[in-house]
Design a protein around this ligand. Structure first.
Ligand code: SF4
Length: 280
């Protein structure tokens, strides 16, 4: 099978940093002494590797013993989580991605400037749950939101978006908001360029292949977004975590396959998949 690989794919710098910070922390403080507040990234293979190295990723703040280290994952947390961790006498190791931190600061500054803050994002995603903690009241709107019902009328609106959303989706949501009679709307672009590059690269590859494989955690927001974009482009697209989920019928009658991967997918998963697909 002919296999083409997206030029921009896999681990972004934020995920790379988070994994490195987690591994360093376990080396420094010892296996079992570093507890992350949930999986460090949304990739089960990397999460399992970190577990084997001695990182506990099932942390609940109130249950961590004083003196141990708490690892804040790349998605970040609400500001009060830092206070609670300090209050419990925990050593804080912060692996929040710098771009998520930028979104947190954007929410805080918009609120301080007197805007009603609106975040375009998935209300159940950990990044969004953390970011909205940086202002007392933030309205979260997602794809299915009825803007009429969910967006309060305020004269001054301040907009940010979940870092991993596509530019296209955010632009559509902003266009809908601008149809309403706000006196002032300030937008801070919090989208992640790493994600945008991977999306553009995947869409370009769709034009060259008969079938697309997007590799990444089933819970990974940026991987799911990429799958959606490729499907909207009309290309048959499969979202798989590893080669184990591949089925021969997925390439039946196809000549050229495209492979890309979300920002939390390690290169070893991609190269293993490509090698096996090429051998068919
Ligand atoms: S996808 Fe972007 S925002 Fe998310 S961790 Fe990677 S660099 Fe940071």
């Amino acid at each position: 099978m002919e296999v083409r690989i997206a030029t921009s794919r896999g681990f972004c710098f934020g995920v790379e940093d988070a994994v490195e910070i987690a591994e360093d922390a376990v080396r420094t403080h010892g296996a079992g002494n570093v507890i992350a507040l949930g999986p460090v990234i949304h990739n089960p293979q990397v999460v399992a590797k970190l577990e084997r190295e001695g990182l506990n990723q099932t942390g609940v703040l109130d249950a961590i013993e004083p003196g141990k280290s708490v690892l804040i994952r790349s998605h970040g947390v609400r500001p009060e989580t830092y206070d609670q961790a300090r209050g419990r006498g925990l050593n804080i190791i912060d692996a929040t991605c710098v771009l998520v931190k930028r979104a947190q600061e954007a929410v805080q500054s918009l609120h301080e400037e007197g805007y009603h803050v609106v975040m375009i994002g998935d209300p159940n995603h950990p990044e969004v749950k953390g970011v909205i903690g940086y202002a007392p009241q933030v309205t979260v709107i997602d794809e299915g939101s009825d803007l009429e019902a969910s967006l309060p009328y305020r004269e001054r609106l301040g907009l940010v978006a979940q870092t991993t959303h596509s530019t296209e989706h955010v632009a559509q949501m902003i266009a809908k908001i601008l149809l309403r009679p706000y006196k002032e709307v300030k937008i801070i672009n919090t989208l992640c360029l790493e994600v945008t590059r991977r999306q553009e690269s995947a869409l370009a590859l769709c034009d060259e292949v008969d079938v697309m494989f997007v590799l990444g955690g089933l819970k990974s927001a940026n991987t799911r977004e990429m799958v959606k974009l490729c499907q909207e482009k009309g290309r048959q697209t499969y979202h798989l975590e590893t080669w184990d989920q591949f089925k021969p019928e997925m390439i039946s009658g196809r000549r050229v396959a495209g492979v890309t991967a979300g920002a939390s997918t390690p290169e070893w998963v991609i190269s293993d998949f490509v090698e096996k697909l090429r051998s068919l």
